[in-house]
Design a protein around this ligand. Structure first.
Ligand code: NAD
Length: 467
């Protein structure tokens, strides 16, 4: 019997089948969730379609409902953050921050407006450009920030007047199902449906005839499948995909202070962040101090079950990801890389991997070229900043990047040369609800957040009136 229910047309649905969810700290199944059938998916889509006409009418009603959702999430049920730790692995304080962030994102988004731009208004004519909702949005999310990334889609999609069917990752479905349960009595029936199931359920959503938009966050590989599946029906897509963010450290930095910030820009959430630092290019003048400091920090971090007090980094979220990170580190060793810290699994159970700092590695090795999405960071020296920029840009990814230097203006000039969606200076992971976030090249199509993200859930309509 499922312990958590799907939300379809405002009602709890236990599902005809269930599937287990694994706690990554133990490697063992700890809960059962519904495994949504095709018939249940059809019901969710139909409910969303039926709810659309009424919901799309009045933004003031929608704003009020979203405000109420945010208020409910500001005092979340006890156990929501704990469940996030148990399904995702992150430390409990970080899980609580994610829940609060979810509430805050919802609250902020509820204050946005859909612009009406008057292009001409005179005795002869009135022309305005308006924004209309698209219809039903299929929202598909990954496992690294499950509840927060769900809200990045739900709040703007609903504010714009769309209705939503949300499917979380099969590795972290619980908090999204709980989100559906919390909001069930606040949002009108059918407006927000939450279903759970495997990758094949995601594929069924993208080919389903009802949705007019797919808002997807996940890997590049799946993103391409989503784009292909959307094409025959010309469904709109927003794709938030992977990254291989470079950090470039200029010679004028305080190397110890910068190393600390770079460490957390890379290892937060056990490195499982699309826009985490995934490779570092350090000027040769400060290279050895930066490397040594990164190694010292990595060795001192407390890794463990996120429910235990004082734990700073949890396990990797799932077995395939654990195996991938292990494989990339082994491959680096085979190619002559030197491990400064970590390099091995931790403990006998769960998916723990020691925070790993790698040197004597170069571009062309998989750990540098691919997205590791885990706690293993290659650190490489450079002589000329032009060369560092060229290497940072020599990738199909383009999510974000950062440049670190005491002369912030000079560092900003370098940052502007990075081919990516967010170019940060003296910081990384500076993601905020009022700023657009998205990737260049294979890192995505479209953006989320702020007024820009909201517009992604709309279509333009020109109203052109001759008087
Ligand atoms: P994934 O692509 O394996 O899965 C993401 C979601 O897609 C899951 O819900 C999954 O069930 C579903 N899915 C799988 N196959 C599908 C298909 N054929 N059609 C439709 N849906 C399908 O990604 P993941 O492993 O869950 O997440 C890690 C990836 O997500 C990393 O690459 C990371 O960089 C990326 N990510 C990007 C952002 C961003 O905002 N750019 C944020 C977080 C994570």
């Amino acid at each position: 019997m499922a312990e958590f229910t799907m939300t379809i047309n405002g009602k709890p649905v236990a599902g005809s089948k269930t599937v287990g969810v694994i706690n990554p700290a133990t490697g063992k199944v700890f809960a059962q969730v519904p495994d949504c059938s095709k018939a249940e998916l059809d019901q969710a889509m139909e409910a969303a379609q039926n709810a659309f006409p009424a919901w799309s009418k009045d933004i003031n009603v929608r704003r009020k409902v979203l405000g109420d959702c945010a208020a409910a999430l500001m005092s979340p049920p006890e156990g929501l953050a704990r469940m996030l730790t148990m399904e995702q692995g992150k430390p409990l304080d970080k899980a609580s921050q994610e829940v609060m962030g979810t509430a805050f994102w919802c609250q902020y988004t509820s204050t946005l407006d859909l612009p009406v731009e008057v292009v001409q208004d005179n005795a002869q004519s009135h022309i305005e450009v308006r924004r209309r909702p698209l219809g039903v949005v299929a929202a598909i999310t990954p496992w690294n920030y499950p509840i927060m990334l769900a809200m990045w889609k739900i709040a703007p999609a609903l504010l714009a007047g769309n209705t939503v069917v949300l499917k979380p990752s099969p590795f972290t479905p619980i908090t999204s199902l709980m989100l559906g349960e919390i909001l069930r009595d606040i949002v009108p029936p059918g407006v927000l449906n939450v279903i759970s199931g495997g990758d094949e359920l995601g594929a069924m959503m993208t080919t389903h005839k009802v949705p007019r938009k797919i808002s997807f966050t996940g890997s590049v590989e799946t993103g391409k499948k989503v784009a292909a599946a959307a094409a025959p029906d010309l469904k709109r897509v927003t794709l938030e995909l992977g990254g291989n963010d470079a950090a470039i450290v200029l010679p004028d930095v305080d190397p110890k202070a910068v190393a600390e910030k770079i460490f957390w820009g890379a290892f937060e959430n056990t490195g499982q962040i699309c826009s985490a630092i995934k490779r570092v290019y350090v000027h040769e003048k400060v290279y050895s101090t930066v490397l040594e400091t990164l190694g010292d920090i990595a060795k001192g971090v407390k890794v463990g079950n996120g429910l235990e007090p004082g734990v700073q980094l949890g396990p990797l979220n799932n077995k395939p990801q654990f195996e991938r990170v292990s494989e990339l580190v082994e491959d680096a060793k085979k190619h002559g890389a030197k491990i400064v810290a970590g390099g091995n699994r931790l403990g006998g159970e769960g998916y723990f991997f020691a925070p790993t700092i790698v040197t004597e590695i170069s571009d062309g090795v998989r750990l540098v070229d691919e997205e590791q999405f885990g706690p293993a960071l290659p650190v490489m020296p450079y002589k000329d900043v032009e060369d560092a920029v060229r290497r940072a840009n020599a990738t199909t990814y383009g999510l974000s990047g950062s440049v670190w230097g005491s002369d912030a203006d000079r560092a900003a000039e370098v940052a502007k040369q990075l081919d990516c969606g967010s170019a940060w200076v003296n910081q990384h992971l500076a993601i905020a609800p009022n700023l657009p976030f998205g990737g260049a090249k294979w890192s995505g199509i479209g953006v989320e957040n702020g007024p820009w993200g909201l517009l992604g859930f709309t279509e333009i309509q020109v109203v052109n009136v001759v008087k």
